[in-house]
Each structure stands twice: as C-alpha cells, then as structure tokens.
Design a protein around this ligand. Structure first.
Ligand code: NAP
Length: 287
C-alpha cells in the first residue's frame, strides 16, 4: 500500500520503519526536514515537504506528533493532510491527544469520506523499536478493520475500544495506572537506599512477589543508578495527566493521586528534567 507517516520522533521513526519493512511504499513528513532526509537515507522511501504533499495519493496516512495543536496543524492546518487525502482513504492517529480532538477529526474526516481512527500506543521507545506496541483504538468498525492489518507491523496487542475518542480515553486510564505505580516505586527505592539495603538485591527478590510491575522490571535498576534516558518524556506525561484530569473534571470523577503525581512531575520539570523519561520522578527524592 501507499503509506504516509507524519512525525518521525522517538515513536514515529521506528513505526514508519516497520511499515517499510512490511513491504509498503512509505512517504514521510517531518517538521524538521533534516530528520525526514536522514530517515529516507537509512530506510528508503521518500520525504515530502508538507503533510499535504506527503498525503497526496496515499491509501493510508498515519501521524505520531506531539499534542492537540500539533495534530490539528498536520491534519486540518493550511498544509494539512486531510485536504489532500482521497475519499475512502484511512487516517490513523498514534499521537496521545484529547478525546475531544479525536472526535473532531473523526467528524471532519467523515465529512470528506475519510476513515479516521484514534490509536494511541503504549510500550515506549523499546516497544516502537521492537514492533511490540499495545494500541488502543477508537472509531468505526470499518476504520478499525482497515487499520488493523497495517498496525500489525509494530503491534503485539490491538484493541477496538469503541467509537471515536475511546482509544484516547483508554490511554488516559493507562497513564493514570502508570503514574501511581511509578511514584510508589520511587518512594520504595529511595526508602530502601536510605535504610542501607542493596537495591539490586531488594528488586531481585520483591520482583518475584506481589510488588512486581512492568515499571519495576524495566526501570527499577536504572532508577537506582540515576539513568533517565528511556524515551517517554516527563513533558509528555504532564500533557497526558492533564488530559486525564480535564476529562475527569468533565466526568465528575476525582483523581487525587493522578493530580499529585502531575504536580511532582512539575517539580521534575523545574529541575530541568522535562525531556528525561518518567522514571525520573525519583529525582525529587534525592536520587
Ligand atoms: P518526539 O520524539 O518529541 O517526536 C514528536 C514528533 O512530532 C517529531 O517528529 C516532531 O517534529 C513532530 N511535531 C511536533 N509538533 C509538530 C507540529 N506542530 N507540526 C508538525 N510536526 C510536529 O515525541 P515522541 O516521544 O515520539 O511522542 C510522540 C507522541 O506519542 C506524543 O503524543 C507522546 O505522548 C506519544 N507517546 C510517546 C511514547 C514514548 O515512549 N516516547 C509512548 C507512548 C505515546 P520535529 O522533529 O520537527 O520536532
């Protein structure tokens, strides 16, 4: 298929690479053009100068950019993809954004006879590199059926969660579950270190019991070593918790731990750690 990918960041770059490796004819667009040129030099395909130019003639257009305003710019903006997409073609959004913009794009797409799927991902940089992402989708049954075989190139689990916006709502649940676990892990490790325990031994033992988590298995050792270069940025987590807190207010739900951890991440940003990964929460505790 003729596939266009918009946004070659930590996540989008490797996802686009998997689509090329699956045999698709890939065109890429990246705001910073040098990154698109480097991608083409490494993986083939072609680079286009705007989202519209990249989307012209594509069967499927995918995006993985930053936040709501960025997604709006690459889809509905002056040189956005939607105006160039052919009727009947498919738009898959892997950005983590609000449920509101997911619904807005679904409506704008339907008016142009485009299929639109909100499809945020979980699994981090390693999941994107290894093609092992979890993808939570919102949209029509037709959009999901068309998108699923394309996304198989980099997924280990794909779920259709309901109508437009449902993928983003599921991702908010995902982020809330991670935030509390990470703060608990940070406190446990900081406490253990202050108590004079060997953290490697502690983690080796308790990770075989009820304290085990993905964060413990993948981040405890590096948190103990003060290494925070694992892809999912604190700036993005604050965006995601902000989306969940906004949605919770609309729903009349309280999220006290999510709100607190959001503030803690604000501390990490103030310490200069906005681009460090989310396990850097432990820095507030003197590690
Ligand atoms: P990233 O490395 O910062 O990449 C962001 C990409 O979006 C870059 O290609 C950037 O272009 C492009 N972009 C941003 N604003 C744009 C705009 N206004 N117009 C056009 N392009 C724009 O971010 P990432 O880590 O890949 O994350 C991307 C999305 O996936 C975010 O929504 C994030 O929350 C989500 N996510 C990330 C992870 C993770 O582990 N990193 C995991 C799950 C979900 P430039 O190169 O020009 O800056």
């Amino acid at each position: 298929m003729r596939i266009t990918f918009l946004g070659l960041g930590i996540m989008g770059g490797p996802m686009a690479r998997h689509l090329g490796a699956a045999g698709h004819d890939v065109t890429v667009y990246n705001r910073t053009a040098a990154k698109a040129e480097a991608w083409v030099a490494a993986h083939g395909g072609r680079a286009a100068p705007s989202p519209a130019a990249a989307a012209d003639g594509a069967d499927v257009v995918l995006a993985c950019v930053g936040a709501d305003a960025d997604l709006r710019a690459v889809t509905l903006g002056p040189d956005g993809a939607f105006a160039a997409m052919a009727p009947g073609s498919l738009f898959i959004d892997h950005t983590t954004v609000s449920a509101a913009i997911a619904r807005e794009l679904a409506e704008a797409g339907a008016a142009r006879d485009l299929h639109v799927l909100d499809a945020p991902v979980s699994g981090g940089q390693a999941g994107a590199e290894n093609g092992q992402l979890t993808i939570m989708c919102g949209g029509t049954a037709e959009a999901f059926a068309a998108a699923e075989p394309v996304m198989q190139a980099y997924a280990k689990r794909i779920g259709h969660m309901g109508p437009a916006g449902s993928g983003q709502l599921t991702k908010m649940v995902n982020q809330l579950c991670i935030a509390g676990v990470l703060q608990g892990l940070a406190e446990g490790l900081a406490f253990g270190a202050r108590a004079g325990l060997d953290l490697a031994q502690v983690v080796d033992v308790i990770s075989k019991g009820a304290a085990q988590s993905w964060q413990m298995d993948n981040r405890a050792a590096t948190m103990a070593d003060g290494k925070f270069d694992f892809g999912f940025a604190v700036d993005w987590m604050r965006k995601d918790l902000g989306l969940a807190l906004d949605e919770a207010r609309r729903l009349g739900v309280t999220l006290p731990v999510g709100a607190l951890v959001d503030q803690f991440y604000g501390d990490v940003q103030a310490m200069g750690g906005g681009r460090q990964d989310t396990s850097s929460l432990i820095r507030r505790l003197g590690r």
